[in-house]
Ligand binder design. Sequence first.
Ligand SMILES: Cc1ncc(COP(=O)(O)O)c(C=O)c1O
Length: 290
Amino acid sequence: MKICYDNCEQPKYGLTFEGAFHGRTLGTLSLNRSKSVHRRDFPELSGIHDVPHSMAGVERLREKLDPDHGHIPPEQVAFLILEPVQGEGGYQIPEPEFMRAVNDLCDEHDIPLIADEIQSGVGRTGEMWASDHFDFEPDVITSAKALRVGATISSADIFPEEKSRISSTWGAGDILSSIQGTLTVAAIREHDLLSHATQAGERFLGQLEDLQESHPETVVDVRGLGLMTAVEFDTKDRREAVVDAALQRGLLTLGCGQKTLRLLPPLDVRERELDIAVDLLDDAIDHVES
Ligand SMILES: Cc1ncc(COP(=O)(O)O)c(C=O)c1O
């Protein structure tokens, strides 16, 4: 965000999507549109506008940015931020047209795009960045989690030239975690883990689709991109009960969105482990249903 604010001559606005989650640091809270618990009663950054995470949302944005009829001057927009696959918001995998439309709109108005790849990046979707699945060219990419260290990547065009403008001293990222990050990327390349995540993810999603067929009353959707996979239930209570029952059986999952359960196997997961996961989840759902 600071890279983009610094790049903009009159930084007044930032754009975000409904369902977004960009972390718990004070600045990013203002971008969040998922759970209220993160934002409640904390001060807000001014000028953050949100629109629905859909083609209708992009249309609304187009109207807001229209130089003749809109109310947001595009030259005062420092950035548009999005998660290429929404994480906390419920593992929402966008349509390619949506991503293309966002990309084109930002291009048209010269608005820098931030891809928050903290959850979706570093191979989890079968590409190094989830953005790579789409016609989508971010100017800034945030990374962490699977990288084992936080890293912000920016095109040279917009990165501040002034020394010490955006750096921090103790925001983690010591030598050990930097080495972990470097070795993680090296291992992904060496063991071709992107292809593995794609193949394993496709197979796993097929198994989850079978799971949905055997629980038609309670499982309302399954979806995934690579190994970023999710099962949506009919109610939040059911989801919570399944997360608990799965944990009792040895399968660690996590809720996201209103009533979705996410599964995020490691990139080197074996078929056998995925089979076990599906059996445990099936058993957990049976238990909750009965
Ligand atoms: C998409 C996304 N962005 C950013 C973050 C960073 O969160 P935090 O500020 O809590 O480290 C997360 C962590 O869950 C995330 O999923």
